[in-house]
Design a protein around this ligand. Sequence first.
Ligand code: IMP
Length: 195
Amino acid sequence: MASPASTTPTVMCRGERFRLFLDEATIQARVRELGRQISADYAGRRPILIGVLNGAFMFLADLMRAIDIDCEVDFLKLSSYGAQKVSSGQVQELKRIDADVRGRDVLIVEDIVDTGLSMHYMQRLLEAHEPASVRTVTLLHKPDATRNDVQLDYVAFEIPNLFVIGYGLDYGQLARNLREIYILDEEATDVPAGD
Ligand code: IMP
């Protein structure tokens, strides 16, 4: 007989099964909430959102449309996990920002903070450009995996320490186009808490 858990939608990616974790409506509602919060916090200012390629492009596009004050955008790219599900432990800058952020209010926009290595690296990188302020936004945070000293100002969802795909997040470059977020179907996981 089918168990209740078996009714959860699943997708296959590179031969592994992932199950639905955050549906589109849940993601969109939380992104709109963050947009409102950022608009209020930065009222009267003109922040520049620095999106981290490739993973954050979808979240950034939705978040920016949920912000109703003047804002700008630029991108940087760091080395990714490649086709692995665990961090290589090394970060490389593959694309630098073009904007001059000296004296600006910078918001780093990430898809996910796992070990925190990339975010730690970016915070130091951006601070070296002497901006007026640096804050961070991440769609997902795996608190149990974070080993590095990171300042997280806006977190959409805290999630368990399991690999996730969809809504910009990839597994070996696949699955970014899914509108929902799916989690590796390994063991029971808790419902994510909004932050
Ligand atoms: P960190 O440096 O370990 O915090 O990892 C950050 C980067 O690793 C993210 O920007 C993602 O590109 C990638 N990453 C970490 N966890 C996942 C995951 O569960 N799914 C997909 N990509 C991930």
